[in-house]
Design a protein around this ligand. Structure first.
Ligand code: CMP
Length: 229
């Protein structure tokens, strides 16, 4: 995936970094590392110690942990412009969850020590991190609330989320990379069999199409009916 080298101007376009002065952006970029990785790569491992903040420039990732009986629990999806790895920097504890790529990803790694140093001296950056945490808690609340909904609602919610995250400016009807049924099942919190049945139902009703470019929801109507929009 060809992607332009990161400049202070490009970095400032990401919400977390928009308050930073040119000199701060340059300091962050002096020690950054860009990498391109394939799908299904472990980007961060739960319980590891880590001193890096990550920015996703392209691609999709999932944050996951495991239940005590070994079942994968997807906590959150991440896409272009999202950062991760900030929790271990903030509380100086091991990584709270695994982060894995769902598609090929372009990542930028920043020095956690420098980022923490900037947070101590730049109040707007600290506020931006607090806002990020608040946004994540809202998303988790929403995910928790949807957990007892029917299979169609949970799968539609997962598909709409993937569509919105797939690229900047995307919406629920945007094309997104076709993921396997096992992956969609984990994201929606459903069994594979239920996911397969529900996908067929959505296709038959004309709500979902799969082409060489990827998957796409074809109507907002089932989302609106379920208060997902
Ligand atoms: P860290 O704990 O350093 O490493 C794992 C990362 O996953 C974590 O930082 C956050 O960036 C991210 N993460 C963990 N839990 C959630 C969640 N519930 N929602 C969004 N991101 C999360």
């Amino acid at each position: 995936m060809a992607i332009a080298p990161l400049t202070p101007e490009l970095l400032r376009a990401f919400p977390l970094f928009e308050s930073l002065e040119q000199a701060d952006l340059e300091r962050l970029l002096e020690r950054h590392l860009a990498s391109a990785l394939g799908e299904d790569q472990l980007l961060v491992q739960e319980s590891d110690w880590g001193e890096t903040l990550f920015l996703i420039r392209a691609g999709l990732a999932k944050v996951r942990c495991f239940s005590p009986d070994g079942e994968e629990v997807v906590l959150c999806l991440l896409g272009p412009g999202d950062v991760f790895g900030e929790m271990a920097l903030l509380d100086e504890k091991p990584r709270s969850a695994d982060v894995l790529s769902l598609t090929p990803v372009n990542l930028v790694k920043f020095s956690g020590a420098l980022f923490r140093q900037l947070m101590l001296s730049r109040a707007p950056l600290s506020l931006a991190i607090a806002q990020l945490q608040s946004k994540r808690l809202r998303e988790l609340n929403r995910r928790f609330a949807i957990h007892s909904a029917d299979a169609s609602t949970r799968l539609l919610n997962a598909l709409a989320q993937l569509a919105c995250l797939s690229q900047s400016g995307a919406n629920v009807l945007s094309v997104f990379p076709a993921l396997g049924q096992r992956e969609l099942a984990a994201i929606a919190g459903l069994s594979r069999e239920t996911t397969s049945r529900t996908l067929s139902k959505l296709r038959e009703r004309g709500y979902l199409e799969e082409t060489a470019a990827g998957m796409r929801l074809l109507s907002e109507e089932p989302l609106k009916r379920r208060c997902l929009l």
